[in-house]
Every structure is written in structure tokens, then in C-alpha cells.
Design a protein around this ligand. Sequence first.
Ligand SMILES: [Cu+2]
Length: 309
Amino acid sequence: MNIPSSILTLVIGIVLTLVSLWYGQNHGLLPVAASKDAQEVDAIFNLMMTISTGLFLLIEGVLIFCVIRFRRRKGDQTDGPAIEGNVPLEIFWTAIPTVIVFILAVYSFEIYNNLGGLDPAASRNTTTNQVAMAGHNHMMALGIGPSMDDKGEGSPLIINVNGIQYAWIFTYPETGIVSGELHVPVNRPVQLKIAAGDVIHAFWVPQLRLKQDAIPGRETTLGFTPNLIGTYPIICAELCGAYHGGMKSTFYVETGEDYSKWVQANAPEKVAVNPTKLNDGEYLAPYAEEMGLSSDVLAQLHSEHNHEL
Ligand SMILES: [Cu+2]
């Protein structure tokens, strides 16, 4: 059977396209994506993978086909015909990469901008949140909209990250927690303020597709919204000394409930404050039973304090 070459080319083209599209989505080269931003990064990676799979198969296919089809036959000592120059073909194979590079450049710039790369100091999470809050306050002034105490989901969770040889220290201004692990609730924007205590380190969570330098004397930031519950590695991605390889921690994305439990278990004890300047006896009276103080002791505290005055 003799199949016309145009039909054969068409069929090969279709198969090649389908294989490329399939492999672009199923290469399995990346770890899970734990945020929407990470999914955006994966989208462009998958596109590049699709294009490069197609080009690889096309170029290697033509190469292997030609090596076999036009091999030297037994007893043939002649050279092949001297073919030189083909302007339409050269325009064609210059134009295609130009278009591909242009598309990838525009697309990657778009994603970089979405991730806040152009203005990391005011990353997207904070900006959209401020806009949302401004709108919210406006609605409040008009007496419509929900009450202001729904602080939870929208406002970014700010965490100070300090890289030191050889550990990551996470400080939560909201709760006063200081931890060697990073815990966040799922679907709440997170804003990391990253610093270094000694040398340059780099904060990296592969599942977020984000990496940011930690530089002594200068704050850097990272904003993201984790959307996949799980446990992910935190890795120092800047050679920072002999034990750089051991500078690892764990990033926990938890349900709101699990996160609250962790906060309760780790938040520092509240320090007693005495805002109304009561004397010790008066101030401690409501807690006397809890603290095991007898009324005698309380009375003594009253009088002692009065003596001082
Ligand atoms: Cu380090």
C-alpha cells in the first residue's frame, strides 16, 4: 500500500501534537503545587514542556529518519547532490522560534508580575487586601456589609523569618509565637518578612515554587496564599557554611482548626497587666482562689502596699 506523503505528514503531525500535549501535562517532574501562584508557575512550565517535547520529537525524528532513509548504500562511492540555500525554509525556521520566544516572554512576564516580582515590597496579597479593606471600611461607614470582626481570612498573616547558621526562626507578631517550624492556616494570605542574622541564606519551599534571599541588614518579602493542606520542606538555597545542607525546617499548611490548636499550644503565656493601678491585694483578689491565696495573705498585700504609700 502506498500512502501519499502529505497524508503521512499530517498523521505524524497530529500524533506528535497529541504526544506533546499529553507529556506537557504528565511529565511528573514537579512536586505538588501548594498555592495558586505555584499553579500559575506550573502552567508556564507545562507549556514550555509541551513546546520542547514537540520540537525534540520533530527534530530527532527527522534526524533519525534521514540517517536511515539516506544512508550510504553498499557499493555507492558517490557524494549526494550539493543542496544549498532555501530562503522560504530559512524564514520559516527563524519565524517559528521568534514567535515561540515572544509568547513565552509575554506569558512569563505576566506571571512574574502576578507573583509580585516587579514590586516585592508591596506584594499582591497586601495590595489586594488593602483595597478590600478600604472597600470594607467604606461599606461600614454606610452602615452596610458585615461587621469588622471577620479579621481571619482576608488579612495577611505576617510572619518574620530569620535565617541564621543553621536554622530558620519564625516569629509571629500576631500571637507572639517564636518557632523553628512554619505553621499557617490554609487559604489565608501569608506575608513573610525575611531577614538574616549572619550571612546570606535563601528561603525556599519547592511546593510554593518560591525562593527568596535572606540578606543581613535588609528585609526581603514573600507573599503567597497556600491552598493545599500538607507538610512541605523548607530548604536553605544559598550555600551558607559547613552545615548549609542541614539548614532545613518544615512548612505546615493546616486547617483553621489545627492552626488554632497549634497557636494555643505554642502562644506565650499572657503577662498579667494592672492597667487601673490597683494595689496588689485589690488586683489579685479576683484570682485569689485560683492562685491559692488566703484572705489573710490578701489582706497583708493590701496593708503592705499601703505602707509603701
Ligand atoms: Cu543557610
